[in-house]
Design a protein around this ligand. Structure first.
Ligand SMILES: *Cc1c(COP(=O)(O)O)cnc(C)c1O
Length: 243
């Protein structure tokens, strides 16, 4: 038998096809160009083989939440032409481990973190792309800055020359009925548009990262340019302790 040679992740290709179909439909419904929407595969808890399977189906971007997990998987991935984003809360003392390993940090949520990213990026001679995470539902359990603080936050980021602000990210509250998430996505879109004009040397906002397995179609209807999908591609996550 050739069990070890054949992929156990054939279902990943089918799932990606289905997600793409739904993205296309949502884009069509809202008069948007399908090509303006990037599909990220969110790979936390899934092995490198699963990520490589997603790459084979044309996925070029994956996201991980935790630094350690990302570092373990990266050497096993075929990264040619692919990108990795960090999407989970990032502790300042871990920035140095991923500064030259990821293409974007989507979870910038404090000036303290910005300062550390700037410092470490300068050390490796890089300008790090970031998204500012907004706590759009003002939930105590979630990271991100309050929406009303964004203009002030962007102003403060101007001094960090080794950071480039590419846009915003949010994880709205979860609802069984995804329609209840729509107002939060709409609010994010407004915040994004209102602050887009704020261009400077290191602020150039083109990315609005919002929408997950349960609601990415609604997010697209409300203007998302990047959707982060885990469960609908890889199946249910099995957390084994920790976190
Ligand atoms: C886990 C995670 C996702 C994906 O969630 P699914 O519901 O599995 O699609 C997206 N964004 C972030 C920040 C996450 O932590």
């Amino acid at each position: 038998m050739t069990a070890r040679l054949s992929s156990n992740f054939d279902y990943v290709a089918e799932n990606i096809e289905e997600v793409r179909k739904q993205i296309r439909a949502a884009a069509e419904r809202s008069g948007r160009d399908y090509n303006d929407i990037t599909l990220m595969a969110v790979t936390k808890t899934f092995p490198a083989e699963a990520i490589n399977a997603a790459f084979k189906s044309g996925i070029t971007l994956f996201g991980e939440n935790r630094v350690q997990e990302l570092l373990e998987k990266l050497p096993q991935l075929d990264m040619t032409g692919r990108s990795a984003h960090l999407i989970g809360h990032l502790q300042t003392n871990k920035v140095k481990y991923i500064i030259d390993k990821v293409d974007m940090i989507e979870s910038l949520d404090s000036l303290r973190l910005a300062k550390e990213i700037d410092k470490q990026a300068a050390k490796v001679g890089k300008v790090m792309d970031v998204l500012v995470e907004i706590n759009i539902g003002m939930e105590a359990s979630k990271s991100g800055i309050p929406a009303q603080q964004l203009p002030e936050f962007l102003d403060a980021l101007k001094e960090f020359k080794n950071i480039r602000v590419k846009g915003l990210m949010a994880i709205p509250p979860f609802f069984e009925n995804k329609e209840n998430t729509r107002p939060y996505f709409a609010e994010m879109r407004k915040l994004f548009v209102d602050n887009m004009a704020k261009k400077s040397d290191n602020i150039d906002m083109t990315i609005l990262s919002m929408g997950m397995s349960s609601d990415f179609d609604v997010a697209i209807e409300e203007g998302a340019t990047l959707v982060r999908v885990g469960t609908k591609i890889f199946g249910k996550r099995n957390y084994t302790g920790g976190n």
